[in-house]
Design a protein. Structure first.
Length: 146
């Protein structure tokens, strides 16, 4: 995956300021995962969000137009090579069809929206090794007949 130049600038400024995505959540009033997706050009900022973010990171306002531009979303048609990202790809390879079947048994023929959607990541402390809890919450969209 090629990292956009803007992403590199944002990540470098965040590191230089010693900020976390959770810190930026308090400043922008948006979820930390959404803010991270904005960094990677997978989301679009409003003028106010772009201004607040750039101010918090000490970056010039002329970068606002890039943050407000509509992005091209997704990783592309490649299998991800980063081990953490690959695990999510692997999860879909192994559990994608079972998830589809269970969702359709409960809701009918349709999909889970990735537009009307939230994603939350939690750290669950465990003496046997900390756990990652990922919660995906998307609106069900039934296929329409016409």
């Amino acid at each position: 995956m090629t990292i956009p130049a803007l992403t590199e600038k944002l990540l470098a400024a965040k590191k230089a300021k010693g900020l976390t995505f959770a810190d930026l959540e308090s400043i922008l009033g948006r979820d930390e995962v959404w803010i991270a997706s904005l960094f990677y050009r997978q989301a679009t900022a409003s003028e106010d969000e772009a201004s607040k973010l750039l101010h918090a990171l000490g970056l010039p306002e002329e970068l606002a137009s890039e943050l407000m531009a509509y992005p091209v979303k997704g990783l592309g048609s490649i299998v991800p090579t980063d081990p953490l990202i690959y695990r999510f790809y692997e999860i879909m390879q192994v559990y994608g069809m079972p998830m589809k079947d269970v969702i359709q048994e409960k809701f009918g023929d349709g999909i889970m929206s990735a537009i009307d959607f939230t994603l939350d990541i939690e750290k669950i402390e465990d003496p046997k090794g900390d756990r990652v809890k990922v919660t995906m919450n998307g609106k069900f969209l039934p296929y329409r007949k016409w």
